[in-house]
Design a protein around this ligand. Structure first.
Ligand code: SF4
Length: 372
C-alpha cells in the first residue's frame, strides 16, 4: 500500500516525526504536492485547514487528516476526510495504516471515521519513537503542558501532564547534527512537572549534548517566571543562542489572570532585566486584540511593548480564537488607533516582528510550500 504525505510547509516537523514513526512500522511516507493513491495523509492547523478542505473532499484516494485542527474539531474534519486522527499520531497513524492495508475499516481508537469514534487508548512515550529519521527535525524534548492559557491548543492535544524524552535519547538525536533545536512548551521545564523547575536535569541534559544547542529559543520558548539566574547561567554556559524567547502576551495583570497565564507583568519585567544582565536578547511574544481587553488594558500592553523593545525584540500577534480552546468562538476586539502607530514605528526601527494585522502569520503561514 502506497502511503503519501501531503507536503505542507507549516507541518514540516510533524512530517519529520511521523515519517520516522511510520517508517519503523513499514509505512514510508512519500511527500506529494497533490493527493495520490493509495492513501494521502494531511496535518492541518486551524489557519490552513480551509485551504485544503476541497482538495481532501475531492481526492480520488483515501485521505487521513490529523494535526491540531483535526484534533480540535474532528467531527467537522470527518465530513471531508475519510479518517481523522484525533490527538497524537505516532502510535495511532501506523495502527490505522496497518488496519487499512489489511482490509479493515479503520475502526481504531483515536480515529474518527464518519460517525464512528472511540477515544485513543494510549499516550505516547517520547522515548518509544525516534525524534526524526532521514529528514532532520527539531528534537521534541517535552510534550504536554500543566497550564491552560485561554488561547492555546497545546494542552487540549497533548494533555496537562508533562512527558519528557530521556536525556540519553535527546543527546542521541541532538548529536546527529552539528546544531540542534528543541521542541517544548517550556524548555526550562525540562525534567519537571512544569511548575517546579529541575535545573539539575537541564544541566545534565546540556552537558551530555555535544552539538551546538539552541535552548529556550526558536522553535520553543520558555515561561517568564522560569527566567532566573540559574536558568540563564545554563544557557550562557552551555548553549549557542544569544536570544531567549518567552511569552508576555499582555501588559495587564487583569488580562493575564483572565487568560489563566499563571504569571504577572512583574515576572515579564524581571525576565527582561535578567536577560540583559546575562547578555541575552529577550524576544517577547504579545497578543493584541484579546476579546476581554479594555482600552486601558490595551494601552498597558502597548506600554509594556515599548519597555521591552528598549532592550529586546517584540513579537506581536493578533488574537485568533482557535477551536478547541477556552476562547474558541470569541471575537477579537479592535486595535486602538495609537496601537497601529506605535507598533508600526517599532517595526520600522527593527524592534518588532510578527503581524498584528494578519492573525494567520502567527500560525506559521509560509510562502514556500515546496517539497524540499
Ligand atoms: S501557551 Fe504555553 S504555557 Fe500556555 S498552555 Fe500553551 S503551551 Fe502551555
Amino acid at each position: 500500500m502506497q502511503v503519501n504525505w501531503r507536503w505542507i510547509h507549516a507541518a514540516r516537523n510533524t512530517y519529520a516525526v511521523l515519517s520516522a514513526a511510520c517508517g519503523c512500522d513499514g509505512f514510508p511516507l512519500k511527500p506529494v504536492d497533490t493527493p495520490a493513491d493509495d492513501v494521502t495523509c494531511y496535518s492541518l492547523n486551524s489557519i490552513n485547514a480551509p485551504e485544503y478542505r476541497d482538495e481532501i473532499a475531492t481526492a480520488d484516494c483515501r485521505t487521513i487528516a490529523g494535526g491540531p485542527h483535526a484534533t480540535a474539531c474532528p467531527r467537522k474534519v470527518a465530513r471531508y476526510a475519510d479518517y481523522v486522527v484525533v490527538g497524537e499520531g505516532e502510535y495511532t497513524l501506523p495502527r490505522l495504516l496497518a488496519d487499512l492495508r489489511d482490509g479493515g475499516e479503520g475502526r481504531i481508537p483515536g480515529v474518527r471515521s464518519g460517525d464512528y469514534f472511540k477515544p485513543a487508548d494510549t499516550s505516547v512515550l517520547l522515548d518509544a519513537y525516534p525524534a526524526f529519521s532521514e529528514m532532520k527535525g527539531y528534537v521534541e524534548i517535552t510534550r504536554g503542558c500543566p497550564h491552560a492559557c485561554g488561547y492555546c491548543q497545546t494542552p487540549q492535544i497533548f494533555g496537562h501532564c508533562m512527558r519528557h524524552r530521556s536525556i540519553d535519547e535527546v543527546a542521541r538525536f541532538a548529536d546527529r547534527h552539528e546544531q540542534s533545536r528543541f521542541v517544548s512548551p517550556n524548555a526550562f521545564a525540562y525534567g519537571s512537572d512544569g511548575r517546579h523547575p529541575r535545573w539539575d536535569k537541564i544541566e545534565h541534559l546540556l552537558r551530555q549534548c555535544r552539538s551546538r544547542i539552541f535552548f529556550g529559543t526558536f522553535p520553543s520558548e520558555v515561561r517568564p517566571e522560569f527566567v532566573c539566574n540559574e536558568s540563564l547561567s545554563l544557557v550562557t554556559q552551555y548553549c549557542a543562542n544569544t536570544k531567549l524567547h518567552f511569552g508576555a502576551q499582555s501588559g495587564s495583570d487583569a488580562v493575564l489572570a483572565h487568560l489563566r497565564r499563571g504569571h504577572t507583568v512583574a515576572d515579564v519585567l524581571r525576565a527582561v532585566d535578567l536577560c540583559r544582565e546575562h547578555s541575552l536578547v529577550p524576544v517577547v511574544d504579545f497578543i493584541l486584540g484579546l476579546p476581554f481587553e479594555s482600552d486601558e488594558d490595551q494601552r498597558a500592553t502597548l506600554d509594556l511593548i515599548c519597555q521591552v523593545s528598549r532592550n529586546g525584540i517584540v513579537h506581536a500577534h493578533r488574537f485568533i480564537p482557535l477551536p478547541g480552546t477556552p476562547l474558541a468562538g470569541s471575537v477579537a476586539r479592535d486595535l486602538l488607533p495609537e496601537a497601529e502607530k506605535i507598533l508600526g514605528k517599532l517595526a520600522l526601527r527593527g524592534r518588532l516582528t510578527g503581524s498584528w494585522n494578519d492573525p494567520a502569520v502567527r500560525f506559521f503561514r509560509h510562502p514556500s510550500n515546496d517539497i524540499p
